[in-house]
Design a protein around this ligand. Structure first.
Ligand SMILES: Cc1cc2nc3c(=O)[nH]c(=O)nc-3n(C[C@H](O)[C@H](O)[C@H](O)COP(=O)(O)OP(=O)(O)OC[C@H]3O[C@@H](n4cnc5c(N)ncnc54)[C@H](O)[C@@H]3O)c2cc1C
Length: 308
């Protein structure tokens, strides 16, 4: 027997918990699945200084714990289950998790995205301690410091140029001589005197004790190894939206981001979507929370119409 619910929210990051707060306060008694990362991407980071209303800043895990408790206070039920299968063609929508089967009149997808990583063991050790995947989020902490960026696309050029506002020096480390970045972004980076390119090179190891102090580089042409002293390293080799489980059921772009309209509706009526799984542009906690709020309000309106 499936458990029947009004609204099921998939994802326990800023967009999911915000959708939880709003739909619980609309008396929809939402059920929220957090999957394997309770708190989402912010649970892997240390200081958050740009979330409005928190003048002194806050750690990512604390912010997410407060958001979760706020959602629960209004009656959002949070379960540590991962959605493994969905049937979204028509309502009631059917979902399977690793622990049970469910039916919902409305679904809000908030499954976020994951940054592509280099795949070397030391990057996990230093993540949040000198290694970051978000210059907009963490650039401010590198005032007067020397940082590296790994990548050769538009994001690497944009984030590298952005980091020169704070850092004294920015090395852009790229495995080839050619770039995927557009000419205009490349020109902007090459004409910036704080940026130096380290080409034909990959990062083979991150160095340091508790924090990154440098990287070991591997020259892809000569095979030579060298070291580069750095205070921080930004990995900018792309993001993957966590949308695999919805493939073939919702419209997505070629990278797998779920397509939404301005009111967070997906291509299926009654299925809404918020946060980074539908946003490859801003990727911030506050924008994720904002779209989570909009998705919940629209889900409430949809259910009210269904009731009529
Ligand atoms: C290192 C780092 C630092 C950052 N710093 C900042 C910052 O300072 N300020 C800022 O505004 N932003 C920051 N960000 C960006 C911010 O974390 C994201 O924009 C935000 O977390 C996106 O929220 P979200 O709700 O869309 O998804 P996420 O936070 O990615 O959460 C997704 C949730 O979905 C769940 N999930 C996925 N698949 C399933 C499934 N099949 N079933 C059930 N659950 C599932 C996951 O377990 C997780 O709980 C940072 C990001 C990183 C990586």
């Amino acid at each position: 027997m499936s458990e029947q619910r009004n609204v099921i929210i998939i994802g326990g990051g800023p967009s999911g918990f915000t959708a939880g707060i709003y739909s619980a306060r609309a008396n929809l008694e939402p059920l929220l699945f957090v999957g394997k990362d309770l708190g989402g991407q912010l649970s892997f980071t240390t200081d958050i200084e740009n979330f409005p209303g928190l003048e002194e800043g806050v750690t990512g895990p604390l912010l997410m714990d407060v958001m979760k408790r706020q959602a629960e206070r209004f009656g959002c039920e949070v379960r540590v289950e991962t959605v493994t299968e969905v049937e979204l063609r028509e309502p009631p929508f059917k979902l399977k998790t690793d622990a049970g089967e469910y039916e919902a009149k409305a679904v809000i997808i908030c499954t976020g995205s994951s940054a592509r990583m280099l795949g070397i063991p030391s990057e996990q050790k230093f993540f949040g301690h000198g290694v970051s995947t978000c210059a907009t989020c963490d650039g401010f902490f590198y005032r007067g410091k020397v940082v590296g960026i790994v990548g050769g696309g538009d994001s690497a050029m944009e984030e590298g140029t952005f980091l020169t506002k704070f850092a004294s020096k920015v090395y852009i480390i790229h495995r080839r001589k050619g770039f995927r970045a557009s000419q205009i972004m490349l020109d902007r980076a090459t004409s910036n005197e704080k940026i130096e390119f380290v080409l034909d090179s990959t990062v083979s190891e991150m160095l340091g004790e508790d924090k990154v102090t440098g990287v070991r580089l591997h020259n892809t042409q000569t095979g030579q190894e060298s070291t580069l002293d750095l205070d921080g390293l930004f990995i900018t080799i792309g993001h993957v939206p966590n949308s695999e489980v919805f493939k073939g059921q919702l419209e997505m772009d070629e990278e797998g981001y779920i397509i939404t309209d301005r009111k967070q509706h997906t291509s299926v009526q009654g299925v809404f979507c918020a946060g980074d799984v539908q946003d490859h542009v801003f990727r911030q906690a506050v924008t994720a929370a904002g779209t989570g709020c909009a998705a919940a309000i629209e889900a409430e309106r949809y259910l009210a119409k269904l009731g009529d």
